[in-house]
Design a protein around this ligand. Structure first.
Ligand code: AGP
Length: 618
């Protein structure tokens, strides 16, 4: 996700836009840019790096005059973060300029058509394609910018929030939205307007705002009300709702949530949709992943997959071990980056090494990648930060499109990593003939349902909060799971440890009788993942062993479970799904449980003590 912000009115646009970009940096911060119209020229400046780098550059770069303009702070999805790929983007004629937040899935097809019509591209971005598509339509149809934008967006597949300006018609801004947020602040008597990804850039100027709905486009001109049209049929939207903003600046940045971590837990349905968007195509019954498609022989001939990662990403790697061996029948080993890099491992050219890293900057994982490459392995990356060190070091890869993860405790990174790894395992399983076409379709259709099922789970937040209140002072927790949910038990324990500072351990449920059961007493809460899929009866026996020793049981169970309900002290029900996808659901209540306990213990949830978001040192 990126941040966009624009202004048109009687004030100088530059200070408003720059301050707005600073407030939106939580949405993305790998490059930034601004465009201002000074009454004669479009003045554009952009740079890799943060808004502060843009400010430093502007001093010697452009005139900051003008009362209309907009800016962008980027979270790269197409094209690595650099000067050329940063926004704003100009059309070929340099008369039109755009900023964009979102992903255009069919940009490649559109780009090829524009190239055939003589267009040249400077960047790797989908956004530059869009502004030239708008220009082409405006030229061919001899129409106004608003009409050209509307016609262009009807050819676009994907998500967008855009701001477009035409130097030839400098008294208006065109705004459009599908899938990415846009708020429009309304100045007194329509003497000024603010357009931004959220209200943080203009909250001190006006409390009146219109939030564009999906599929709507707005023409913003001074001294008249904003006009909003439906993109698909050009219908004027009558009496758009004007919201009265009450949130504080800080609350808006966190989307109204108390912490970034909670916001990011709730973002998971959309983050998973953004991650499989354009890749999971159930109607065609295919999974499209260029990183795999371009190297498919490597993967089909691989004798082994070695997964290297740290922390939560290592837990995602453990889930991937079950996915790849169960679905694609490829042997997998999962290694801590820190161990792998020093233990003189045996690596051959027939190995594929998959590096999983949200930040793409974890030193131990990066070192493991370099070691694997030096020994001839093919290295594949699953990262969230485009252009990060690991993303640039690997031979190929697939990005999770989780958007910036600000909270130190990984949440949406974990579920989007599992989404990518599930797509990889399914794609290879199908290609290797281990999954029938009907069964493959069942997986695809179920994966599409996961975001909805997570939304249902998030509705149990209050119930989970009540459980958290009971156990917020205990000294220890145990987390148990089997099969696909053993890694989830480890992840649940890590979440609790790192934000509430309560000691917690995760174990395979059957391991209890090999020692840990000695820990059980009535002051030891045990979270047990006991969904119907995967060794259910055996987990129920493990629960009974604990119960008979007065342990407290918090059961994570399938909806409608009555057996565990009759034994456990508390249950949290999760929707049914395929066994392979249970980690995407069972991890959600564990994230919320650790979050609420940490908040009740007055811990710094977003920046826990001793931790950093990216461990870039050994
Ligand atoms: C998880 O909540 C922690 N933030 C930490 O374990 C993290 O997963 C680990 O440092 C790996 O980070 P990466 O995914 O950015 O490589």
């Amino acid at each position: 996700m990126c941040g966009i912000t624009g202004y048109i009115g009687y004030r100088k646009a530059y200070p408003i836009i720059i301050q707005g970009l600073q407030r939106l940096e939580y949405r993305g911060y790998d490059s930034a840019g601004i465009v201002l119209y000074d009454g004669k020229d479009i003045n554009l400046s952009k740079t890799k790096g943060k808004v502060s780098d843009l400010q430093a550059k502007i001093k010697n770069d452009i005139s900051v005059k003008g009362n209309i303009g907009f800016g962008h702070t980027r979270w790269a999805t197409h094209g690595v973060p650099n000067h050329i790929n940063s926004h704003p983007h100009l059309s070929q004629s340099k008369n039109l300029v755009i900023v964009h937040n979102g992903i255009i899935e069919n940009y490649d097809t559109l780009k090829k058509e524009l190239v055939s019509r003589g267009y040249h591209f400077h960047s790797d971005t989908d956004t530059e394609v869009l502004i030239n598509l708008i220009e082409e339509i405006k030229t061919q149809e001899k129409c106004k910018l608003g009409k050209a934008v509307q016609l262009a967006l009807n050819q676009v597949i994907g998500a967008y929030a855009i701001l477009v300006f035409d130097k030839k018609k400098p008294d208006e801004l065109i705004v459009a939205k599908l899938g990415s947020p846009i708020a429009m602040g309304i100045g007194k008597n329509n003497k000024e307007f603010f357009i931004a990804s959220d209200a943080t850039p203009f909250i001190e100027y006006t409390k009146d705002a219109i939030y564009l709905e999906d599929g709507e486009m707005a023409i913003v001109k001074l001294d008249r009300e904003i006009r909003i049209y439906k993109i698909n049929d050009d219908q004027l939207v009558k009496d758009p709702k004007i919201e009265q903003l009450e949130l504080s600046l800080e609350q808006i940045e966190k989307g109204g949530f108390d912490h970034f971590m909670l916001k990011e837990i709730y973002e998971q349905p959309n983050a998973i949709i953004d991650t499989y968007r354009g890749r999971l195509l159930p109607d065609e019954s295919i999974i499209k992943m260029s990183g795999i498609d371009d190297n498919i022989e490597r993967f089909l001939n691989a004798k082994r997959i070695i997964i290297v990662a740290c922390g939560t990403s290592w837990h995602a790697g453990l889930v991937a071990e079950y996915l790849f061996e169960d679905i694609a029948r490829i042997p997998v080993e999962v290694e801590y980056g820190s161990e792998f890099r020093y233990r003189n491992p045996i690596i051959t050219e027939n190995d594929i090494v998959i590096a999983i890293s949200q930040s793409g900057e974890t030193a131990d994982t990066l070192a493991a990648v370099k070691l694997a490459k030096s020994q001839g392995a093919f290295v594949y990356g699953v990262c969230n930060v485009v252009g990060s060190s690991i993303a640039r070091e690997v031979h190929a890869g697939t990005y999770t499109h989780a958007g910036p993860e600000i909270g130190v405790a990984s949440t949406k990174a974990f579920t989007t990593q599992i989404t990518v790894l599930a797509l990889l395992a399914l794609k290879l399983g199908k290609k290797k003939g281990h999954i029938s076409a009907p069964n493959f379709q069942v997986y695809l259709q179920e994966l599409i349902q996961i975001p909805k099922k997570i939304k249902l789970l998030l509705e149990k937040d209050e119930h989970i909060k009540k459980i958290a209140a009971i156990y917020k002072e205990v000294p220890n927790f145990l987390y148990l799971g089997r099969g696909y949910n053993f890694p989830v038990a480890l992840e649940g324990a890590l979440k609790l440890k790192e934000i509430s500072y309560i000691h917690a351990e995760g174990y395979p449920a059957a391991e209890m009788k090999h020692g840990p059961i000695a820990l059980i007493d009535d002051n030891m809460p045990v979270v047990v993942i006991a969904t119907r899929q995967g060794h259910y009866e055996k987990v129920v026996s493990n629960i009974q062993e604990i119960k008979s020793r007065h342990g407290k049981i918090i059961g994570i169970v399938s909806e409608g479970d009555s057996v565990v309900k009759g034994i456990a002290d508390h249950i949290i029900e999760v929707p049914e799904t395929l066994e392979a996808f249970t980690p995407l659901l069972t991890t959600i209540p564990l994230q919320l449980l650790s979050y609420h306990i940490a908040v009740m213990r007055d811990c710094n949830v977003d920046q826990p003590r001793n931790l950093a978001k990216a461990v870039t040192v050994e």
